[in-house]
Ligand binder design. Structure first.
Ligand code: ZN
Length: 189
């Protein structure tokens, strides 16, 4: 089922996600719906906050992006990223590493707003998958960027918080407009 994507200005985007204790049928349904919603919106990642649920849960799939490579290592061995997709991360813990690199980002909660964001180029991840099994891996490239972007959502952080101040100043009128539109739509409910 395709869910409505929450837009900037909705307070749920600023909520830290609660840990998920067990993979209940409701969590399984939410994961399936989040994938439907993400693919429908042609996104590569979606956090639970973006469908109105403040939980430590995100879904990702970078297979559609061919011009921005991703890397993956499991137990130190390079592994096929495609085989690892789609990816569900529950209660993820991240250790970013490597040099900081700037790259373009967008966000389904900020339609038509894009900016270069600087983030560490690699990230070590420990999380649970959709079966509640522990997974550990190191991601690089686009996947590392996407995971860090989604993990920020799980902590109530948004990519505008990581923009250069000049970039954010340029986008501020668009951001203010989006925030106002979201708030007025929420009031009407
Ligand atoms: Zn986002």
């Amino acid at each position: 089922m395709i869910l409505k994507v929450v837009k900037y200005g909705n307070p749920v985007l600023r909520k830290k996600g609660a840990k998920i204790d067990s993979i209940t049928p409701a969590v399984k349904k939410l994961i399936a719906d989040m994938f439907d919603t993400m693919y429908d919106a042609r996104g590569i990642g979606l956090a639970a906050q973006q469908v109105g649920e403040a939980l430590q849960l995100t879904v990702l799939d970078v297979r559609e992006v061919v011009d921005r490579p991703s890397t993956l290592e499991i137990n130190g061995k390079p592994t096929d990223v495609k085989e690892f997709m789609p990816l569900v991360l529950i209660n993820p813990e991240l250790i970013p590493s490597g040099k900081t690199v700037a790259g373009p980002e967008g966000c389904l909660s900020f339609p038509e707003i894009f900016a270069d964001i600087s983030r560490p180029e690699m990230v070590d991840v420990v999380a649970l998958n959709e079966k509640g099994e522990k997974i550990e891996f190191r991601a690089g490239g686009l996947l590392a960027r996407a995971i860090q972007h989604e993990n920020d959502h799980l902590n109530g952080l948004l990519f505008i918080d990581r923009m250069e101040s000049d970039t954010k100043a340029d986008l501020q009128p668009d951001l203010d407009e989006l925030q106002a539109a979201t708030k007025s739509a929420l009031k009407k409910k």
